[in-house]
Design a protein around this ligand. Structure first.
Ligand code: IMP
Ligand code: MG
Length: 181
């Protein structure tokens, strides 16, 4: 399917609803991490928009780093391992790490990133996601902080893409694929 076969459909979350969700997450994180410094690990590219909004609402000291992973094409690997395309720049040993994801779908990428951060000796690792599709989960991973649970629909906007498009939309909408629904 080429990107011309798809278009933006129903708005699932408005910019105002997203802002409110992000504000609530930040309040929880500020409370839970009071007195500590957090290393935010943004998962590229989708989480870039969410992370930049979230971090500006955090009052605890933060350091920011990014990681990029890709799932293997033939997902016959049940361990949920992913390929690291861009590794972290900072040392996470002994640090309190908060992995920032746009959306948790099967949970495989988040599980693999958590494993990697733990292996490197982080003092603690938690996860925050804007969206989660619990009905799609294939591995046992539950985000510690999550703003919205959504049904099994492919969504775009606010950092999320379809074929690298639509990341710039300020809201989150369902993708409509022609001749498929
Ligand atoms: P997982 O490893 O299956 O949980 O995949 C998570 C990644 O898949 C997310 O970080 C997104 O990049 C991508 N993804 C999953 N669902 C969607 C969606 O509805 N829209 C856009 N990207 C998605
Ligand atoms: Mg992603």
């Amino acid at each position: 399917m080429s990107s011309s076969d798809a278009e933006v459909g129903e708005v699932i979350l408005s910019a105002a609803q997203i802002a409110e969700g992000v504000r609530k997450l930040a309040a929880q994180i500020n409370r839970d991490y009071a007195g500590r410094e957090v290393v935010l690990v943004g998962v590229l590219t989708g989480a870039a928009v969410f992370l930049s909004d979230l971090m500006r609402q955090l009052t605890v000291p933060v350091q920011v780093d990014f990681i990029a992973v890709s799932s293997y094409e033939n997902a016959t690997v049940s361990s949920g391992r992913v390929r690291v395309l861009k590794d972290l720049t900072c040392e996470v040993a002994g640090r309190d790490v908060l992995v920032v994801e746009d959306i948790v779908d099967t949970g495989r990428s988040l599980q693999a990133i958590l494993e990697l951060v733990r292996q490197r000796g982080a003092a603690s690792v938690k996860t925050v996601c804007l969206l989660s599709k619990p009905s799609r989960r294939e591995v046992d991973v539950t985000p510690d902080y999550c703003a919205f649970e959504i049904p099994d629909k492919f969504v775009v906007g606010y950092g999320l893409d379809y074929a690298q498009k639509y990341r710039n939309l300020p809201y989150i909408a369902a993708l409509v694929t022609q001749g498929r629904d």
